[in-house]
Design a protein around this ligand. Structure first.
Ligand code: MLT
Length: 394
């Protein structure tokens, strides 16, 4: 008899953003035509920038011409995109071989797929509050999870300590959901700890482009020793508006080994078996992001989201609500007012002012009593949502 993967029974009943989507749909069914102010899931509201659109159009035209047509792409990524990404890192002082860059169809897919490299006996350390897919992907595989709770007292940036018994460490910096960013020294401590333990860090760099304070690390490979203990997973979703288009990349150094096996060789083997590569058209669009003009345009878009953050931060200050984030990350993490728990606050905002956020509890038990706003909405909606928040909570 075929047995199912019984570990699915250990998952929470539904995934956080799916759950929120259902609640929002139920509200819309009961209030047809209601206008919602969506600051829940971190989905972008601005279109792809002109340089990317032009490259996508040109690539579509290539597919119509025999001489320029592309069929299967190299499984690990087109050389033109791998080289463009390696050159982008080099401009920031990180030297990579272009073939240490693996093109992916997005960070969330990759964060799950990369686990193929590790034994099911390995334990995963998740610093919470955390993006819920880290936990879920490991629960599905039956792995033990070590939950490391962070809080206001350590600025949501926990430090390693010898009692932590885990093999895979998830680090997201700038952090989703808190917006906290590890300093070089703090991140170095994790790199040193991972090397000492023989653990591997999965570094989620999806929000690196939002860092505005100088001196904070954008890539884990800026740090000494990372090439023997880290994999960096990055995405063009938030940086360049590819949430729906789907494109990302992973940096896996050739020097990374585990139990005497080369994780690099294993990942090449994995990709060449399990994917036929990302489409030529998307990779052309992605390469345009790393041109000078592409960088200028994507940064101009990020500025719009950063202004949204300022609007929401002002509202929190006016209300005297404790918050963090919003500066180096597109999320604002706040304490629910009036002693409400995070789902109560979610319902209150949805029902009273049609504002959608994300309950902190969805990011782990220590997120209880907290709430997250995404700053990816339109400026008009953000402005109106801020007004409504102030009017409701003052
Ligand atoms: C979030 O809102 O946490 C993210 O947008 C979800 C994701 O990237 O999948």
């Amino acid at each position: 008899m075929l047995n199912p993967n019984v570990h699915y029974g250990d998952l929470q009943e539904s995934y956080l953003f799916y759950n929120i989507g259902q609640k929002v749909q139920a509200y819309l069914d009961a209030h047809p035509g209601a206008k919602l102010y969506r600051m829940g899931i971190g989905d972008v509201s601005l279109p792809l920038c002109d340089t990317v659109i032009k490259a996508l159009h040109e690539a579509v035209d290539d597919q119509a011409v025999k001489e320029r047509f592309h069929g299967y792409m190299p499984e690990c990524g087109a050389p033109f995109l791998r080289e463009a990404i390696a050159a982008h890192y080099a401009r920031r002082g990180v030297e990579l071989d272009a073939d240490e860059v693996f093109v992916s169809s997005g960070a969330s897919d990759e964060l799950g797929d990369i686990l193929d490299l590790f034994s099911r006996d390995a334990a995963a350390l998740v610093m919470e509050p955390a993006y819920p897919a880290y936990v879920d992907a490991n629960v599905m595989a039956g792995r033990r999870i070590v939950h490391l709770a962070a809080g206001k007292e350590n600025g949501f940036l926990p430090a390693p300590d010898n009692s932590l018994d885990a093999d895979i460490f998830y680090i997201c910096s700038p952090n989703n959901p808190t917006g906290a960013v590890f300093s070089r020294e703090q991140l170095q401590a994790w790199v040193d700890f991972a090397n000492h333990k023989g653990a591997v860090i999965l570094f989620d760099a999806a929000y690196e482009a939002f860092i505005e304070e100088p001196g904070l690390p954008h890539s884990i490979f800026e740090l000494e020793g990372a090439r023997t203990c880290a994999i960096e997973i990055c995405s063009l979703s938030k940086t360049a508006g590819f949430t729906g288009t789907r494109l990302g990349y992973t940096i896996l150094p050739k020097t990374l080994e585990c139990g005497g096996m080369s994780l690099y060789a294993m990942w090449v083997r994995n990709r060449t078996t399990k994917t036929n590569g990302v489409s030529y058209i998307l990779q052309k669009g992605g390469a345009a992001v790393f041109t000078k003009e592409g960088q200028r345009q994507v940064m101009a878009n990020l500025q719009v989201y950063k202004n949204n953050a300022k609007i929401l931060m002002r509202a929190m200050e006016e209300l005297g609500i404790w918050y963090c984030g919003g500066k180096n990350a597109p999320y604002i993490w706040l304490k629910c007012p009036g002693g409400m728990d995070s789902w109560q606050f979610f319902d209150h905002l949805l029902n009273e002012i049609q504002v959608v956020g994300t309950p902190g509890e969805g990011f782990g038990a220590c997120g209880k009593g907290y709430f997250r706003f995404s700053t990816f909405g339109s400026p008009e909606d953000t402005e109106e949502a801020a007004k409504r928040l102030v009017a409701l909570l003052k």
